[in-house]
Design a protein around this ligand. Sequence first.
Ligand code: NAP
Ligand code: GDD
Length: 395
Amino acid sequence: MVNQIESPTRAKLDGPDKKTALITGITGQDGSYLAEFLLEQGYTVHGIIRRSSSFNTSRIDHIFSKITLHYGDMIDSSNLSSVIYRVRPNEIYNLAAQSHVKVSFEMPEYTGESTGLGTMRILEAIRTCGLEKHTRFYQASSSELFGKVMEVPQTETTPFYPRSPYGVAKLYAYWAVKNYRESYDMFACNGILFNHESPRRGGTFVTKKITAGVARIVCGNLETLELGNLDAQRDWGHAKDYVRAMWAMLQTEEADDFVIATGVMHSVRSFATLCFQMAGFDIEWSGTGEDEIGVDQKTGKVLVRVSPKFFRPCEVEELLGDPSKAKKHLSWTPTCSLKELAYDMMYYDFSVYGLELPESAKTFLDNPAFQVTCAQELAARERTKTGVAINVRGV
Ligand code: NAP
Ligand code: GDD
């Protein structure tokens, strides 16, 4: 497979109906699903990718020949302007961010630069390129805006109370989008997305840490899984469902902001319990706070323990979204339940470690006909093993 990264010439105009989209953060979890989805809708897809000393395209390798990539960074405004000028996108999906809440406490300034100011840089680039009436803009806003929640469930009108440098940076970006919409009549939307996960989720987010951790324990590669706050509660959905909502927001008559969530909340502890049960463990919890442990009833082995190193200086204890507005105006509903999400992620992580999920895992599914979403990822892993998926880049 031979691929090129776009040289700095202006993109050709396509047929009158073919839309062009530009995705920042295309190498991330959401960027990769969104790129697939937009290709299915017939879009020409461009993406911005960071220069890295090692390959960082594993999530998009299977569509590498169908998309055009441009090197760029959210902290480099001239580069962002130049890419936007050349691509002249009909739609920009701004997904790039330093997206890890705990890391944002360690890198607050960089998080502000990339996650907050980066959004302003793109909005300003659209304007200075004279594209404010041509380009629709989607901003990856976050339920972290609600932080220490002021009401339950959270809606588009719930007051914000961010609890991390990440949340504060997303707040700046949220208001920048509103301000450019009101000041310049730009079609710019905030998607206030609650946590969404998938087999492609980054390994340091809690769901992936748990599903991969269970697989590693089963194959003997990990003794005990260490987690932080087990009481935290989140409204977890599937990323594949959530990218449909991003697109739907840019297809409406009038730009607006939408909460995207499932409307169901679970604790970290209950997600971990579900995953261990799917793998055939009978886990029982005892102790409290830092002394809490999860023990396998059959063997007495400690499967989970709490480590304060995963605590945050300031915690968001619970997040629960009300997606009624999206249901009404975007006809959007989530299709994947938490059990299906856990099964999908576990199925993939077990395969990565050369294991198979026990047949009994299926009994946890309300819909036994559920199809895992990770067939492409598994096929890509097979191709990589046999050396077929080596990308040769144009640099
Ligand atoms: P992710 O997997 O962490 O992906 C982040 C993407 O941003 C990656 O492609 C990353 O590139 C890129 N990036 C990071 N810093 C950059 C920079 N300075 N310049 C250019 N690109 C940069 O995140 P995700 O889960 O897909 O989330 C997508 C967006 O939605 C993020 O803005 C996130 O904050 C927001 N969000 C996510 C959730 C969720 O639950 N997933 C919920 C609400 C909002 P590399 O691959 O090179 O690292
Ligand atoms: N990462 C992590 N690691 N989190 C843990 C752990 C652990 O070992 N143990 C407990 N947690 C708790 C965290 O303290 C938090 O309350 C919860 O699990 C979820 O943590 P993450 O999965 O890291 O996600 P997040 O909620 O902080 O942030 C994600 O969702 C936001 C939307 O609400 C990210 O995707 C953000 O980019 C996104 O905006």
